[in-house]
Ligand binder design. Structure first.
Ligand code: ZN
Length: 170
């Protein structure tokens, strides 16, 4: 890594620090020629292979802008979108492959989006999975309903929930 100030072709690492989430390493470097210091950030590369075969670097911003459309008019904040994009990136990195299919990204978005907002999820899924009939919507909604029922059941199985107001009164 050459020095950004004097272009000296070598530099010395004086400090390395791993980011809290382990996704990157920040190195403080010093140029042995001019003595100035600079920082480099090292992350594992993650590329997306588009349907056309073109490869481009993974971008959280693209996830956010793709999902934002589906969230129009929904109670979803920019922070929610940023967190969702972070989850998607974590999921993809956990798969351990440096190149991912654009299709995989859509799949990785569906899970966290469903937890965030079900209407936005249905909108996104209808485009991504190319719903072309009412039946497609119906089956997606049926599976959401089934999940609600499962969650309610799990809540019952856990016994009294102090937050639901039906506590141990009487
Ligand atoms: Zn230098």
């Amino acid at each position: 890594m050459h020095c950004p100030f004097c272009r000296h072709p070598d530099s010395r690492v004086v400090d390395s620090r791993t980011a809290d989430d382990g996704s990157s390493i920040r190195r403080r470097r010093q140029c042995p020629s001019c003595g100035r210091r600079f920082t480099t950030l090292e992350t594992a590369s993650l590329s997306v292979v588009k349907r056309s075969g073109v490869t481009e670097p993974f971008s959280r911003d693209k996830i956010v802008s793709g999902v934002r459309k589906a969230c129009q008019g929904r109670p979803v904040s920019e922070d929610d979108l940023a967190l969702l994009a972070q989850k998607v990136e974590e999921t993809l990195r956990q798969q351990g492959s440096a190149e991912i299919d654009a299709y995989e990204i859509g799949l990785a978005i569906l899970g966290p989006l469903r937890e965030l907002d079900e209407v936005a999820y249905l909108r996104f899924a209808s485009v991504y999975q190319a719903f072309d009939s009412l039946e497609d919507f119906e089956s997606a909604i049926t599976s959401l309903r089934a999940e609600h029922a499962e969650r309610a059941q799990a809540k019952q199985d856990r016994g009294q929930d102090p937050t639901d107001g039906s506590g141990p009164a009487e």
